[in-house]
Design a protein around this ligand. Structure first.
Ligand SMILES: Cc1ncc(COP(=O)(O)O)c(C=O)c1O
Length: 400
């Protein structure tokens, strides 16, 4: 019990993860009228001054938004910001992370084709692959992404490799540089769900990944007031998504949500280090706690996938011992509200069992060996000592 190595020194945690992201997010060229914040272009369409402008725009000789299901200036501000943060040429906003995931994957994989996905990927991505994709005759093979040999064995003939590093329940890492060397050799598109690390802590494109996906509902928003998604990558890949699925599936981001995201993004480089520090403090204390079997936090991993992480988000899980009454533990917590999302200001708790067993018949938990004694914490921006006191009293009150 509790024999995981301590691979970081909390005292040495650097405070400056901001780098170029801070200036990128805080500094804007003035918007119309000298405004420091962009307007919300709450309009469905954009008219043309004359016939020639219309004809040139439709023919691609002139740039102007036409209709907000395609382009909207407020949303384009958000897209440009995410592209810059991820070191990508372009980005596309969506109405949810799942809209971004489905439109991206379906743009590159078609009927009769196959893709490879990491096991324990986000539950609704898994359910998309398991429910809709068989009806479209798309085959998905799941692999332990932390094992490059398992990935290598599954890749030949696949169109797409779907990564999530770390995964958001078990926090399994993947070696992005190793895996993208394999996919590049075979012309396979690599996507990653980077919602956990955000571009502040991991820039997958600089490690060979083609397309970076986000549930922008999480840290990019940071305030639990938005459901949104985004994908970033090369101009050619984003153009392909635009042409194949984006406009036709219609899962566009609304101008108001785009504006909220721009607001949330400005403090992303400030919030993340706070989530990281509080998360590590709680992970350390949980690891030393007698009622905790193990802590699933990338800080405690020796996997090479760790080398592309510049820091750790505040979401991690842990397994409690048999003598913890899990429902009583969760109900005893006062500062951790019970809920499935994460990345916002507020601390949250969810048992893996409830989160992963939502779909009878598609039980990724049993399939991929997630212990039913796993509990996930989203560590918010509250005072970490208040959070720890809360956890300690909940353990005391839930001992069988
Ligand atoms: C890791 C991960 N990816 C993707 C999603 C889906 O994003 P959304 O809820 O914005 O559709 C979620 C949502 O919880 C998630 O946790």
């Amino acid at each position: 019990m509790n024999e995981q190595p301590n691979t970081f020194d909390p005292a040495s945690l650097a405070s400056d993860y901001l780098g170029e992201a801070a200036t990128l997010l805080a500094h804007d060229d003035p918007f119309p009228g000298g405004a420091v914040v962009p307007p919300i272009y709450q309009t469905s369409l954009f008219t043309f001054a004359n016939y020639a402008d219309m004809a040139d725009t439709f023919a691609g000789r002139r740039k102007q938004p036409i209709y907000s299901r395609g382009d909207n200036p407020t949303v384009m501000e958000f897209e440009a910001r995410v592209a810059a943060l991820e070191g990508a040429e372009a980005a596309r906003g969506f109405s949810s992370g799942m809209a971004a995931i489905s439109a991206t994957v379906l743009a590159f994989v078609g009927a009769g084709e196959r893709m490879v996905a990491v096991r324990n990927c986000y539950g609704d991505a898994y359910r998309l692959f398991e429910r809709l994709f068989p009806r479209l005759h798309i085959k998905v093979d799941y692999v332990d992404g932390s094992d490059p040999e398992a990935v290598a064995a599954a890749l030949p003939g696949a169109k797409l490799l779907y990564l999530e590093s770390p995964t958001s329940m078990m926090f399994e890492l993947q070696d992005l540089e190793h895996l993208t060397r394999l996919t590049k050799e075979q012309g396979i598109v690599t996507t990653i769900d980077n919602s956990w690390a955000t571009p502040v802590f991991q820039k997958p494109i600089s490690h060979g990944v083609d397309l970076v996906l986000h549930s922008a509902s999480k840290y990019l928003s940071g305030h639990s007031d938005t459901v949104a998604g985004v994908v970033a990558g090369s101009a050619a890949h984003i153009k392909h998504i635009n042409e194949q699925t984006y406009s036709q599936l219609g899962g566009k981001l609304s101008p108001f949500e785009g504006w909220l995201l721009l607001r949330g993004l400005r403090t992303l480089p400030l919030r993340l280090p706070h989530h990281m520090k509080s998360g590590l403090v709680l992970a350390e204390r949980l690891k030393a706690h007698g009622q905790v079997e193990r802590v699933n936090h990338p800080a405690y991993s020796n996997h090479p996938g760790k080398k592309t992480l510049a820091g750790y988000a505040g979401l991690f899980s842990f397994e409690v011992t048999e003598d913890v009454d899990i429902p009583a533990f969760i109900d005893a917590l006062k500062f951790f509200r019970i809920g499935v999302s994460w990345g916002g200001h507020e601390s949250l708790v969810v048992p893996a069992k409830a989160s992963l067993e939502q779909t009878p018949g598609i039980n990724s938990m049993a399939r991929f060996g997630v212990s039913p004694r796993t509990i996930r914490f989203n560590v918010g921006l509250e005072n970490v000592e208040d959070l720890w006191a809360d956890i300690a009293q909940a353990f005391d009150r839930s001992k069988k």
